[in-house]
Structures are given as structure tokens and as C-alpha cells.
Write a protein that binds this ligand. Structure first.
Ligand SMILES: C[S@@+](CC[C@H](N)C(=O)[O-])C[C@H]1O[C@@H](n2cnc3c(N)ncnc32)[C@H](O)[C@@H]1O
Length: 330
């Protein structure tokens, strides 16, 4: 965990301290990809049993899944940075709710579905040592050896049955699946989470809006993301729709807290979200470059332009929201 945190800090510091220098992971000889077999660059798409390489980035190879961001070290750095930005935006790792706070304080069973590098679950486990914490992800990108003693990780796909009995967890966290699920899969996943929750247990979901407020450039990029999602059968409006999905799955006591990241504002927290957004564009290069008709060699220039345009676009906003619901008591 320490290595991940320090990698993030170094990268984050660098990205704020100059004109957002973004290296092209294909051409920079110091990029992590340069340690991989050199014949990767011969073909834009290659696959191994566990990953597919596109434009120098590694992606999952789970046929059933529409998730479109990479699962490589560079993406894990982004997710670690994003975790701390979200923690600052929401003043903590979970919605401010006395019942949820009591669960954490007294010790409980927590599951993080799609935990990625495991930053949220390890942060929570460190703050609440009496809790037993589990992270699951279809890409085994979480730490295998060094982690808090009350955390365990395992591989698993939430679109299949979760490998846990009914009524196991007090709280299940699921964060940023907007680019991972088809429209109709949301209800299926929420019902599966309902199954593994104990009666009275909570689901906590964090999702985000599209980039649909800002100048012409911002809206143009935002529209390309929406188009890619629609091509994949995904739901760009899931944040607003999520309370209804919870209701349909029989959750009760549903609350949502939406907060705005102002991408043009220069304060620390908003700069973290701007860094995150530009790195999402970077991670999505293999798909966005086609939608935006930008040749691979021009993509670094596009990212620099995007950074400047977001900064100068008055009102460029990105809404992030936490939704919580409770499984009824028996
Ligand atoms: C945007 S990342 C968010 C990671 C983490 N929740 C966080 O907030 O830092 C989405 C994660 O969900 C995982 N994922 C996507 N589809 C999944 C599925 N069907 N089952 C399990 N994990 C999945 C991806 O591998 C990725 O690690």
C-alpha cells in the first residue's frame, strides 16, 4: 500500500507543478510498459489469458464485461489519486449517517465490490480495526502480500454469483461502475449485493455524472464519452437513476448526496479532480481517439489542450454522488 501511495503522491505532485506534462506510454522509454515484451508495439491489439494490450495499455480479458478502462499500474495510480480526491470531497469514506458510523465503530463485515487497487477498503480497515474487510475485483490488481491484517482480497466477477453466502455483510461498497455495466446489469448487480447483505445492512454506491456542463471543447469530449457508453449499452445517467434501481431491488431508507467538482477552479481539491479527469481521457485513449478522430501521435497534445480548456471553461462541472440504501430488517 505504501508504494502505491507514494507513487500517487509523486505523480500527483508532478502533474500540478508544471504545464501538465503527459507522457505517451507508447513512446516514453521510462513508462512501465517498456518492461513488457517489445513485440507489443507490432500490433494495436494483443491478448494473453488475463489481459489485452491496446495502444500500449493493458485491459481485462473478461468476455462478459463491457468495462473499458485499463487494469495496469498507471491506471491503479489514477484510482489511488481519485480515492483521496473523493475522500476530501465527501469528508470521509462513507456517507455521514449515525447508523453506518455505529456499524464501523462496533466492528462489522464489509465488502468492496470492484475494489481495484483496494485503496478504499484498506483505508476503512485501517480506520476501523474491529471491522473484517474483503475486496473483490475481476482484475487481480489489489495487493497480494502487504495489506492490513483485517483485509482480504479475491478475484471475482459481480456479474456472476458473488462467492459469498446470503446475509454475510453489514455494508457493501461499490464505486464507479459507470463504465463497467450495461444498463440492464445495474439491477442484476444491485440484487446480488442485496442477497449478500445481512438484513438491516447497507449498500453504498458512488457514481458520477457525464461532462455535460462547460465550454464547447468540454462538451465535445463529454459527448464522445457518452457515445462510447451508448455503443456499449451503458447508462450515462446512472447517478440520477440509482435511487430507483435501489427501490426496485427492495432497498429502503435511500439517500443520495451529490457534490460538484468544479474543474476550472484552482483550489487543491478541484485540481485533484481535474488531474483525475484528464487521466481518465488518457486511460480511455484506445477508444476516445477513435470517437474524437485524433491520431495516436496527436493524443498527448489533445490531453494538454483538454487540461487547459477545462481550466478556462467557466462552469466545467463533474458531479459525484454517494447513494445509500438499507436492506429491510426481517
Ligand atoms: C473505475 S474502477 C474503480 C475501482 C475502485 N472501486 C475505486 O473506486 O477505486 C472499476 C473497477 O471495477 C472492476 N470491475 C469492473 N467490472 C467488474 C465486474 N463485473 N466484477 C468485478 N469487478 C469489476 C474493474 O476491474 C475496476 O477495478
Amino acid at each position: 500500500m505504501g508504494a502505491k501511495f507514494s507513487t500517487y503522491r509523486r505523480r500527483s505532485h508532478n502533474s500540478h507543478s508544471h504545464n501538465f506534462h503527459l507522457h505517451n506510454s507508447n513512446s516514453n522509454s521510462q513508462s512501465p510498459q517498456s518492461t513488457r515484451p517489445s513485440n507489443e508495439s507490432l500490433s494495436p491489439i494483443q491478448s494473453t489469458d488475463s489481459s489485452i494490450v491496446r495502444q500500449g495499455r493493458h485491459f481485462h480479458n473478461t468476455q462478459q464485461s463491457t468495462y473499458w478502462l485499463p487494469n495496469d499500474e498507471e491506471e491503479m495510480d489514477r484510482l489511488v489519486g481519485q480515492h483521496f480526491a473523493l475522500k476530501s470531497l465527501f469528508n470521509g469514506n462513507f456517507l455521514d449517517d449515525p447508523e453506518i458510523s455505529a456499524l464501523f465503530e462496533n466492528g462489522c463485515e464489509i465488502l468492496d465490490v470492484g475494489c481495484g487497487p483496494g485503496t478504499w477498503i484498506m483505508d476503512v480497515a485501517t480506520d476501523f480495526p474491529a471491522c473484517q474487510c474483503t475486496g473483490i475485483d475481476m482484475s487481480e490488481v489489489f495487493p497480494n502480500i502487504i495489506r492490513p491484517s483485517n483485509v482480504s482480497f479475491q478475484g471475482g466477477n459481480v456479474l456472476e454469483r458473488l462467492p459469498f453466502p446470503d446475509n454475510t455483510f453489514d455494508l457493501v461498497n461499490i464505486r464507479l461502475f459507470i463504465l463497467a455495466l450495461r444498463k440492464e446489469e445495474w439491477l442484476q448487480v444491485v440484487k446480488e449485493i442485496f442477497r449478500v447483505l445481512k438484513p438491516g445492512g447497507f449498500i453504498q454506491s458512488t457514481e458520477c455524472s457525464m461532462l455535460d456542463v462547460g465550454n464547447e471543447f468540454v462538451l465535445h469530449v463529454g459527448a464522445a464519452i457518452i457515445e462510447e457508453m451508448i455503443d456499449r449499452g451503458q447508462e450515462p445517467r446512472i447517478l440520477g437513476l440509482f435511487p430507483d434501481v435501489l427501490k426496485e431491488a427492495q432497498f429502503e431508507r435511500i439517500t443520495q448526496d451529490n457534490r460538484v467538482a468544479h474543474l476550472s477552479k484552482p483550489d487543491h481539491i478541484n485540481r485533484e479532480f481535474l488531474w483525475d479527469m484528464i487521466n481518465i481521457f488518457k486511460s480511455a485513449q484506445a477508444f476516445l481517439s477513435k470517437k474524437l478522430d485524433i491520431p495516436e501521435e496527436k493524443y498527448p497534445g489533445f490531453l494538454q489542450q483538454a487540461y487547459k480548456e477545462c481550466q478556462k471553461s467557466p462552469g466545467a462541472e463533474w458531479v459525484l454522488g454517494i447513494t445509500v440504501g438499507r436492506k429491510p430488517q426481517l
